[in-house]
Design a binder for this molecule. Structure first.
Ligand code: CA2
Length: 146
């Protein structure tokens, strides 16, 4: 069975609770429920996780690599700073789609830089929480060889 791991970084547990003008009103639990249903309908297995700790994300990327799972990664602010996450993606040979709820390129300059983008297979940003659904659709298509 196709396996997809959705990994979320720091502060994304607050989604839907603060800054609704930037991040919308959906919670991470809402996103998980919708993606799980979509994955099930497509015959894929979905694991959804969030952590505020960089090392957890490194461990989970390595785990996804070992499992041969595709990864949808919203690394939050670690996107802009973490060489450790970038190294984990390369080391794990994981197929990663970088995801952002907001359009990071329309925001502060420091959000224009991504450590992950050069080693990601694709990027989706700026569609609100729909970015996750679009990334899932893209990843499933890639893994089906489309
Ligand atoms: O747009 C995205 O998905 C981000 O990855 C979200 C990160 C931010 O640091 C990135 O530049 C872009 C921040 C996640 C924080 O999420 C919050 C949600 C609600 C309230 C406060 C923070």
């Amino acid at each position: 069975m196709k396996s997809i791991h959705v990994l979320n970084g720091p502060n994304l547990n607050l989604l839907g609770q603060r800054e609704p003008d930037v991040y919308g009103r959906e919670t991470l639990a809402d996103v998980e429920a919708r993606l799980s249903a979509a994955a099930q309908a497509a015959g894929a297995d979905l694991l959804f996780r969030q952590s505020n700790h960089e090392g957890d994300l490194v461990d989970w990327i390595q785990e996804a690599g070992r499992a041969g799972a595709g990864v949808i990664l919203n690394a939050g602010a670690y996107t802009h700073s973490s060489i450790a996450l970038r190294d984990a993606i390369v080391g794990a040979q994981a197929q990663v789609i970088e995801v952002h709820v907001s359009n990071v390129h329309a925001r502060e300059d420091f959000r224009h830089v991504s450590m992950i983008a050069p080693v990601a297979r694709g990027i989706v940003a700026g569609f609100g929480t729909l970015s996750y659904d679009l990334a899932l659709q893209g990843l499933l298509a890639l893994r089906a060889g489309k």
